[in-house]
Design a protein around this ligand. Structure first.
Ligand code: ZN
Length: 592
């Protein structure tokens, strides 16, 4: 069985005729659009025809761009040093940024169409892309002039982007000094962080203390980067006329404040229950005042379930099929057609991802399969993303771009299918171990994400007045952790430096990159509850729902599934499925 993915469906190689031809065509197309924009968009005659030309151009351009860029980045993800890949990546990035100014002009022209609704309604093609067109108009309301946009973009390369690079440098070079058997050893930060999963309590504790201690060396630099990036964000938000960075994030996420408020209300209500999981876990590990931060990822069971890749495939396919014939067939087809790159190898990146290739109606999956149960879950997760792409195959490319909060829905949903099936078949000790993994993840996505949301809110509020000192940033983090974790964590052992290595606070154009994770998890759980209530009809409704995710606001997508995300009760019901897991975990902890 093939364990390396096949990319020949895109191109045979960088040297093949069709890669070279597509690159030429892509380039020619960019030049055509630039020239056409200069002559055609100087007035508003024949708006319908011109708008149709724009949509058609975007579609053609997008197809070349996706094929060329996907092939290049997929090659690089398994061969990071591929020289042709590195070269073509730079060439493609240049070509696409070459179009930035023209794009701004096109967006501007669209936003100036006076009777937009009438123009859109007069054409089938435009009607099919109504959401895409209207979103451009909404965005244009916050766009500044061509000159200002160019200045902001250029200044950011030496401002927020430079700060982000500096922070990445500090963190990637950062070493943690850990004393082992009377000898001091230096470990890269990632290795020290991984010690939190060790089965040895002493190792976990030592790594935590050493990690906290180590940040003194870089805290001033990292804080300067944080202050710089958030300061620039506040300035840019003001210039663009947003009330706050949160409002900007919500708009980028196609989500409204009402949805966020309803979700946060239910999350806050659930904290006591989730803390009771942490307190029970603490007791099991021998603590009586809540869990120390360094025990959040500690394993509570020695039971390790091993799966070969073939066994993992069979387990996923079987349980996907139990959900629906289509989902099961999708997975089998992906396995048979070599859409997965399975095992770790030299030069291959870590982690896992799914790349949906709309242009050829296929997907590719990168895994680093290591024969554990969590690798099977990761496989189900990525196949879930792939199935999402599959459901979008009949939409045009411009109608497939779904926002971040909806991005993790299909993947979490498939994870849930497989975890629930595994718990059913497992013996008590295995079920206990699966529940612990599940709840440890859920705690991160509900409780920790809530603390990050609180922290980032305080950060922006204070940064508006002046940069924060290291002490102030640490205190803001501790306050946020106390409020979110409450008595779940031992107040003596919190983590005042959780803002240092987490990448999300340092994204230069995306802020509050936290609540979308909670949305993804809880929306998927809500859908799963619907599935349990209607196992016969749900699977086809689910496919229809996924097909809508790229062309509606979030509240409208969910309405199509009869879900009202403005209603706190929807979120409460989702969280209840997690609370039931907490009860099962506590129950089992007394039985085994
Ligand atoms: Zn994912």
């Amino acid at each position: 069985m093939a364990v390396d993915w096949s990319l020949k469906e895109l191109y045979e190689s960088f040297d093949c005729e069709s890669f070279k031809n597509d690159l030429d065509k892509y380039d020619a197309h960019i030049q055509t659009i630039k020239a056409w924009t200069k002559t055609a968009l100087i007035n508003h005659e024949e708006e319908k025809e011109k708008l149709e030309t724009i949509i058609k151009d975007f579609l053609t351009l997008g197809e070349f761009e996706e094929k060329l860029m996907a092939f290049t980045s997929l090659i690089l993800s398994v061969e990071s040093k591929n020289e042709q890949g590195i070269k073509y990546q730079a060439i493609l990035e240049n070509k696409s940024s070459d179009l930035a100014g023209t794009m701004a002009n096109i967006y501007q022209w669209i936003s100036e169409i006076k009777e937009l609704d009438i123009v859109v309604a007069s054409s089938e093609l435009l009607t099919a892309h109504s959401f895409f067109i209207h979103e451009i108009v909404e965005e244009a309301a916050h766009q500044l002039g061509e000159k200002e946009e160019e200045i902001i973009a250029r200044m950011a390369t030496t401002g927020s982007s430079a700060w982000a690079n500096y922070k990445n440098l500090l963190i990637s070079m950062h070493k943690v000094e850990i004393e082992e058997d009377g000898e001091k050893k230096e470990y890269p930060l990632t290795v020290a962080l991984n010690m939190a999963y060790s089965s040895d309590k002493e190792v976990r504790k030592r790594a935590y203390h050493a990690e906290i201690e180590s940040y003194k060396k870089i805290e001033d630099g990292v804080a300067a980067a944080l202050n710089g990036i958030k300061g620039e964000a506040i300035t840019v938000c003001e210039l663009r006329g947003y009330q706050s960075p949160l409002e900007m994030t919500l708009e980028q996420s196609r989500m409204d404040q009402e949805t966020l408020d309803a979700m946060l209300t239910a999350m806050k209500e659930s904290m006591p229950k989730l803390r009771s999981y942490l307190r029970r876990k603490a007791e099991l590990l021998g603590y009586n005042n809540g869990l120390p931060f360094y025990e959040l990822y500690a394993p509570v069971s020695e039971k390790d379930m091993a799966y070969t890749y073939e066994q993992g495939q069979a387990f996923v396919e079987e349980n996907f099929t139990n959900f629906s014939e289509n989902l099961g067939k999708y997975a089998r087809n992906a396995f048979d057609k070599s859409w997965l790159d399975v095992y770790p190898k030299e030069g291959k990146r870590s982690g896992a991802f799914c790349s949906n290739l709309h242009s050829i109606k296929e997907s590719r999956f990168l895994l680093n399969f290591g024969n554990s149960f969590s690798d099977v879950i990761t496989m189900a997760h990525e196949l879930g993303h792939g199935f999402h792409g599959h459901c979008l195959n009949d939409e045009t490319a411009l109608n497939t771009m779904y926002p971040m909060p909806l991005a993790e829905t299909a993947s979490t949903f498939c994870e849930t299918i497989v975890k629930k099936a595994a718990i059913k078949q497992a013996d008590k000790e295995e079920a206990f171990s699966i529940l612990d993994t599940e709840l440890s993840d859920a705690t991160q996505v509900i409780v920790d994400i809530y603390s990050r949301y609180l922290f980032e809110s305080t950060l922006f509020e204070k940064r508006k007045v002046s940069p924060l000192t290291v002490e102030e940033i640490k205190n803001a983090m501790l306050d946020a952790q106390r409020e979110a974790y409450g008595d779940g964590l031992d107040p003596e052992f919190l983590h005042p430096y959780m803002w240092t290595w987490k990448p999300h606070y340092y994204f230069t154009t995306r802020h509050f990159y936290n609540f979308p994770y909670a949305f993804g998890l809880l929306f998927a759980k809500g859908l799963y509850a619907q599935y349990l209530a209607n196992p016969e009809t749900f699977p086809s409704d689910y496919e229809k729902l996924l097909a809508l995710t790229g062309k509606m606001k979030i509240a409208d997508v969910t309405k199509a599934a009869q879900i009202d995300v403005h209603d706190v009760d929807f979120w409460r019901a989702s969280i209840q499925t997690i609370e039931e897991d907490v009860e099962a975990f506590i129950q089992l902890s007394y039985e085994i």
